[in-house]
Design a protein around this ligand. Structure first.
Ligand code: UTP
Length: 285
């Protein structure tokens, strides 16, 4: 199976930081967000990864490439630990790139992968969502995909007032964490949301999805919405939603990015105590 990581969005909610740095390259504790996403795919056994990039996203390609200058300096300094870290990044997977010429929406970004994906089933992982779990989230979805022989989208429960920010699934429970999708709606008003099950940036598709994306009319915000293509597909073939086991961290806006950094730093032994001490000092003054 191949993986596609759309990372061509403009990141307007994160301006000015994203004016010249891709949102996906913003650091989360000590590595860029997109590295967590690539590592999730690799841990799930996927090593053919296509990243959809766009204007101003060159640093993503540079990041996963070798850096001869840096590596030779580290050699001269006998800094083998850092050298190993750098080499590990460029050896992570077989990473390919294609440019989405204009950011016409997530559905359109996925469509850019059509040629590379060809006749294969494929996973989609959004480049600005980090999911931390025992079993990689995308691996959980691939297992369901194989068991059901049908596309699967990752979902999680959100507070009712938050439905306006997500694709929301109308699902019929058919297993412990599994739902048969009856419908999907992108960013519905609170009173129209069919549930509080929100789509969380991980999907597994058959290549038939491309035909449905091609048929989608621009929707909310003039963008080609992936949700609309999945809904259309679901009218012909069954799609499933899987409430994955794990925690998802959204990096799309500033406050969530700050919270994600704090939460993930607290899971690290080398930062935890000092960070807690720092925050206690800040909150008591
Ligand atoms: P978002 O919905 O967060 O959009 O995209 P965005 O444009 O990146 O950010 P804002 O809303 O302007 O702040 C979700 C994922 O889909 C990718 C983004 O890079 C992100 O990983 N995406 C979105 C594309 O690759 N192309 C697009 O046209 C839109």
């Amino acid at each position: 199976m191949k993986a596609v990581i759309p990372a061509a969005g403009l990141g307007t909610r994160f301006l000015p930081a994203t004016k010249s740095t891709p949102k996906e390259m913003l650091p989360v504790v000590d590595k860029p967000a997109i590295q967590y996403v690539v590592e999730e795919a690799v841990e799930a056994g996927i090593d053919d990864i296509l990243i959809i990039t766009g204007r101003g996203k060159q640093s993503i390609e540079d990041y996963f490439d070798m850096s001869y200058e840096l590596e030779s300096v580290l050699h001269q300094r006998n800094d083998y630990d850092t050298l190993e870290q750098l080499e590990r990044i460029s050896d992570l997977a077989d990473i390919h790139y294609i440019r989405q010429k204009s950011p016409l929406g997530l559905g359109h970004a996925v469509l850019c992968a059509k040629k590379h994906v060809d006749d294969d089933d494929f996973a989609v992982l959004l480049g600005d969502d980090i999911i931390i779990s025992e079993t990689p989230c995308i691996g959980q979805l691939v297992d369901q995909f194989r068991a059901r022989e049908a596309p699967v989208v990752a979902v999680g429960e959100v507070p009712r007032e938050a439905v306006v920010r997500y694709g929301i699934v109308d699902g019929e429970p058919v297993g412990e964490r599994l739902y048969r999708v009856r419908g999907m709606v992108e960013k519905p008003p609170v009173e129209e949301a069919p549930s509080t099950l929100a789509v969380m940036g991980r999907y597994v598709f058959t290549p038939e999805i491309f035909g449905f994306i091609e048929e989608v009319e621009p929707g909310r915000g003039g963008e080609i919405q992936l949700t609309d293509a999945i809904s259309a597909y679901n009218r012909h073939h069954q799609v499933y939603a899987y409430r994955f086991d794990g925690r998802r961290f959204d990096l799309g806006n500033k406050l969530d990015w700050i919270k994600t950094n704090i939460e993930l730093a607290l899971t690290r032994d080398e930062y935890r105590e000092q960070l807690l001490e720092f925050m206690r000092g800040k909150t008591s003054s």
